[in-house]
Design a protein around this ligand. Structure first.
Ligand SMILES: *Cc1c(COP(=O)(O)O)cnc(C)c1O
Length: 400
């Protein structure tokens, strides 16, 4: 066995001459990984393998019937008329943003507390990301700060439903409408999440001009590689995106515009279709674990459990606490075999590649407070209660 406290060797020697010094101690620890895709796969193996084999037997790998079926089912799940599958969540953002036909200097408002792709895509279509601060409880775009950042160059808002909880789509929707802006939902972390807007349950991707999803393996609905989708109510936009993902052709060898090559493989669609019937129960299991964590952390002054906005049904892509002494807690968890990760340690307004935009430390105080205090704990559906309790115990032990 390769000692996991060491970097993986470049070659495995035929016999290990020296025992790994910490192996026996590591064995005694109850390990809780941050994510366990192997146990998820074990629970769906027969369905997924059958679906994949059907594609293999047919030898139809690109844009097969599985892709159209997945588009239909994900659109339904998102309360949208159309789903347009593509190669990744990043490409989904890129395709939607390209459809805005931005001119140099056009601005797109977005949070800085998100995965890099959100702002990277804005930059890559020639737009200027305008970073706005977040709500301290939900970590999502602050509508007041959003409205204050609108200028004559603003064309769109990209709201991110961070960690699986929807942004305030009611307020952002009316701001976008008042100012004539396109509202896009980066729902990569929030597939199937819901929010009450105007008294009605609305899905992630239902209310924006478009919502973008990712099927990256670690997302709540993950494929066996990269994948993504745009969902939208807009017939014309859906048509344009379908063309843009195939080099901008409206029919074979006729190109109205220059697009991308961004398709979803039939194999990925088959995997995702086989997993999709489980998604709702997986999200429910995540909520159950979150409630158990919240009860476990209730007595700890130094830990703030993530509040769910009462208007939201959270899908807990991540379970992200704010913690005193975060960096030391990170080390303590790691030393005790509890998987954890910091999403995100350096907000996008402070990234070197966006230095030319002129943000400084202090520009977005709530974001900067979040990036220095957050830490995400294991929340995958297959966790057992005793694993959740073990995480609570290890966190509790850190604070004495
Ligand atoms: C994962 C993610 C993306 C990008 O999705 P990929 O499929 O990895 O390209 C975009 N935005 C957010 C918020 C994400 O979490």
């Amino acid at each position: 066995m390769v000692c996991e406290f060491e970097p993986a060797p470049r070659f495995i020697p035929p016999a290990r001459a020296f025992p790994c010094p910490r192996e026996s101690r590591a064995r005694r620890l109850v390990k809780v990984p941050l994510l366990d895709l192997v146990s998820q796969h074990a629970s769906v193996r027969s369905e997924v393998e059958a679906a994949v084999n059907a594609v293999v037997e047919r030898q139809g790998f690109v844009m097969g019937p599985e892709v159209a079926e997945l588009e239909r089912q994900i659109a339904d799940l998102s309360g949208a008329r159309h789903g347009v599958a593509c190669a990744s969540g990043t490409d989904a953002l890129l395709l939607v943003l390209r459809s805005l036909d931005l001119a140099p200097g056009d601005e797109v408002i977005t949070p800085a507390f998100t995965f890099f792709a959100t702002a990277g895509a804005i930059h890559n279509v020639g737009g200027t990301p305008v970073f706005v601060d977040i709500d301290p409880e939900t970590f999502n775009l602050d509508p007041t700060a959003t409205e204050a950042a609108i200028t004559s160059r603003t064309k769109a808002i990209v709201a991110v439903h961070l960690y699986g909880q929807m942004a305030d789509m009611g307020s952002l929707g009316s701001i976008a409408e008042t100012h004539g802006l396109t509202l896009i939902e980066d729902a990569a972390q929030a597939i199937g999440a819901r929010r009450k807007v105007g008294g009605e349950w609305r899905r992630a991707g239902e209310l924006g001009q478009a919502g973008t999803l990712s099927f990256f393996p670690t997302k709540n609905l993950g494929g066996w590689g990269d994948g993504g989708m745009v969902v939208t109510q807009d017939d014309a936009l859906a048509g344009r995106l379908r063309s843009m993902r195939l080099h901008g052709g409206t029919r074979e060898y006729l190109h109205e515009e220059v697009g991308l090559n961004s398709r979803l493989d039939s194999l990925q669609a088959a995997v995702l279709l086989a997993k999709l019937p489980h998604l709702e129960s997986w999200s429910a299991a995540r909520r159950t674990h979150a409630a158990r964590y919240a009860a476990g952390f209730a007595g700890l002054q130094s830990v703030i459990a993530p509040p769910t906005d009462p208007l939201n049904e959270h899908i807990f892509h991540q379970y992200t606490i704010r913690a005193e002494g975060r960096d030391e807690l990170h080390q303590h968890l790691t030393d005790n075999g509890v998987g954890n990760k910091i999403y995100y340690p350096l907000a996008l307004h402070l990234q070197p590649c966006f230095g030319h935009l002129g943000y400084r430390p202090g520009s977005l105080p709530v974001t900067e407070e979040a990036m220095t205090t957050v830490i995400s704990l294991p929340i995958y559906p297959e966790l057992t209660e005793s694993q959740v309790d073990r995480v609570v115990e290890v966190v509790g032990a850190f604070y004495g």
